[in-house]
Design a protein. Structure first.
Length: 310
């Protein structure tokens, strides 16, 4: 299974990259930083790697994450959960394989299905939260539920999940035009395809639909399809059509029935691209728009891929 080697590389990059920069200990002799394998962040990487490789079940992964977050004394639960979300979405953007990404979905569903997280440590925790739009410190006593202000509770509300999802769902242009380190088209295509596989799998998960923060994500497929198929080559989005289409195909493969049902209902709206507007199309996602998308796939030379996906 080729994704296993990719998963190993990903885990190493997390430990030696941003986690080491933030939490690594400086060695004055070597002049480098090193993240201890015993650190809470390194343990999160281990849990994720074991879950995504299939070494442990999604249920066991969720239980281990809960145990780590609620008993850790080195870092507060809010910060550690933000670290977890950073790792989670990094994996969603990187793995580009349906097998580990399905495990990632199952892991998150199990985590959100756990009972409320309780401070099981030995001391109270001080956590920075947002309440009524203002930042403040909140004291969570031993035995109290981790209520993270406006963001809600661990685990049912998955505080910060929605914001991280929005940040990751900006299109391949977010990678291509990144000011610090622009990605080549091949890398941008892989990342955009991977995050769309993940979201489509979430949209197709019956259990996820019972969790408010994870439900109704099939609507994001409309954005992906619109960006891939409704813009001419003269536009900033249309010139990157080759980066967009592989992600759009995954929606038809994984959740095509859901997208078609949304269009049949005619209840969803999304601003169209210039090609769709030239056909007289508006913001409504209906059966006419669905047929337009199918025709555009064929026009772009992806008819065989679509036939195999559906």
């Amino acid at each position: 299974m080729t994704y296993i080697s990719g998963l190993t590389d990903w885990a190493q990059q997390q430990r030696e990259g941003w986690l080491c920069e933030l939490y690594g200990k400086y060695d004055s002799i070597t002049g480098t930083r090193h993240l201890s394998i015993f650190s809470a962040q390194s343990q999160l990487v281990t849990i994720l790697t074991d879950a995504l490789s299939g070494n442990i079940s999604s249920s066991e992964s969720a239980k281990r994450t809960n145990s780590l977050v609620t008993t850790c004394t080195d870092v507060d639960a809010g910060t550690l959960f933000m670290n977890f979300l950073g790792l989670h979405f990094s994996a969603a953007e990187t793995l580009n394989d349906e097998v580990p990404l399905q495990r990632l979905v199952d892991y998150m569903v199990e985590l959100a299905s756990l009972p409320d997280a309780i401070n099981n440590g030995t001391t109270a925790q001080i956590i920075e939260v947002i309440e009524r739009g203002d930042s403040k410190e909140k004291r969570i006593e031993v035995g109290e539920v981790f209520e993270l202000g406006d963001d809600g509770r661990l685990w049912r509300d998955l505080p910060g999940f929605g914001w991280n999802l929005t940040e990751s769902f900006q299109g391949p242009e977010a990678y291509l035009d990144s000011g610090l380190s622009p990605a080549p088209p091949e890398e941008a295509t892989v990342k955009w395809r991977s995050i769309n596989i993940y979201i489509a799998l979430l949209a197709d998960s019956p259990r996820a639909q019972d969790i408010p923060v994870l439900s109704g994500l099939d609507r994001l497929g409309i954005k992906t399809l619109s960006m891939a198929l409704e813009y001419s080559a003269e536009t900033s989005i249309g010139r990157n059509v080759a980066c967009h289409v592989p992600a759009a195909i995954q929606w038809l493969k994984i959740a095509g029935d859901l997208i078609e049902s949304l269009c049949v209902s005619g209840m969803e709206h999304w601003c169209g691209g210039d090609l769709w507007e030239a056909e007289g199309g508006g913001v409504v996602c209906d059966e006419v728009r669905w047929r337009f998308w199918r025709a555009r796939f064929a026009e772009l030379g992806y008819n065989n891929e679509i036939m195999n996906a559906m």
